[in-house]
Design a protein around this ligand. Structure first.
Ligand SMILES: [Zn+2]
Length: 330
């Protein structure tokens, strides 16, 4: 219990809590002390002091002082136990996955109000609403996530720690199509694809990108098509190929490699055939490592300059792709 309270107070600093509740203050002397009007009694001249380093307050007007929980007790007229419950409800002890879920759901709704994002999806060959729903694809217009999450009771500090917003409160994902990345059903990261050419195309939140995409759905099957990117995944799924997974890049992390090796199967490596050959180089290297683990691999050769996404977006169909799978060699 005591440890939980300490954690809670670390997660939600007193000053952040007060600011969320629109307390305005000015710094006094050094940067860790602030003074403003007392939220506990009525006054016109500020006498409520907060020491941000010690995480404590004291009011020279009404004589009250203490930590965050004491402040909640006094301001909300709650018992100690009720104050803890109140702070929990406010999201101070929120599970990071719950915040990511809220964010993903918010971005999904945004997709409906932003035609530029839907046009981008069309251009990339993604047009099936069932697919958009299935993959929970969303859109981050930028500029409004913080307000939404704060209104849901998720502290700014938590949003920042998850990398959803920067220290200035601006969205990390700005004009990006967003895909939630799950592992065993739990949301572990978000992938954002910029829809404007001037920004870096790919972005994840800090931390692990998780395992292979949608692995639970294919792990028991005898065959799996492995692609680099989520747009490759999306168009193949749309074309009726559902035994697919995505590595979210050409470099597999240890967990992803282990997943591919966790049982007998044939892996169809379907990486980009790009001009500099990096996709095919990665594909050969991965095939070799999988072969060493006793896994059968086939390298699918798309036409020069293509990845699965461009292949389908530029008119390729399921029958043609099927021929490529049949022609794939070890
Ligand atoms: Zn006071």
């Amino acid at each position: 219990m005591g440890e939980d309270i300490e954690k809670l107070k670390q997660r939600l600093p007193l000053l952040d809590y007060l600011r969320q509740h629109h307390w305005t203050a000015r710094p006094v002397g050094n940067r860790s002390e602030f003074v403003g009007l007392c939220p506990l009694h009525s006054e016109t001249r500020p006498s409520f002091y907060v020491n941000a380093r010690k995480n404590l307050f004291f009011c020279h007007g009404c004589g009250q002082g203490g930590d965050l929980i004491r402040l909640v007790e006094l301001s909300q007229r709650l018992s100690f136990r009720q104050s803890l419950a109140y702070l929990q409800q406010q999201g101070a002890l929120a599970d990071p996955a719950a915040v990511l879920e809220e964010t993903a759901a918010f971005y999904q709704r945004q997709l409906q109000c932003h035609p530029e994002a839907r046009r981008y999806l069309e251009r990339r060959g993604v047009h099936d609403p069932a697919l958009v729903q299935e993959l929970q694809i969303g859109y981050a217009p930028g500029g409004n996530l913080r307000r939404h999450l704060t209104a849901q009771g998720y502290p700014f500090d938590l949003q920042r720690r998850l990398g959803l917003v920067n220290p200035q409160g601006c969205d990390t994902f700005y004009r990006r199509v967003v895909f939630p990345c799950r592992q065993n059903g739990r949301l572990v990261n978000l992938y954002g694809r910029s829809i404007v050419a001037s920004a870096p195309p790919h972005r994840f939140l800090p931390g692990s990108k998780g395992g292979l995409y949608a692995w639970e759905q294919v792990r028991r099957g005898p065959e799996v098509i492995l692609v680099e990117g989520l747009f490759d995944y999306a168009v193949l799924w749309q074309a009726g190929f559902h035994h697919i997974s995505c590595a979210l890049g050409t470099h597999l992390n240890t967990g992803q490699f282990r997943q591919l090796c966790d049982g007998p199967r044939t892996v169809y490596l379907t990486f980009d055939v790009d001009a500099n050959g990096s996709g095919q180089q990665a594909s050969r290297w991965l095939a070799h490592r999988l072969w060493a683990q006793g896994i059968t691999t086939r390298r699918v050769l798309l036409p020069q300059g293509h990845d699965p996404n461009s292949f389908f977006a530029q008119g390729g169909d399921a029958r043609q792709f099927h021929s490529l799978l049949e022609a794939a060699r070890p």
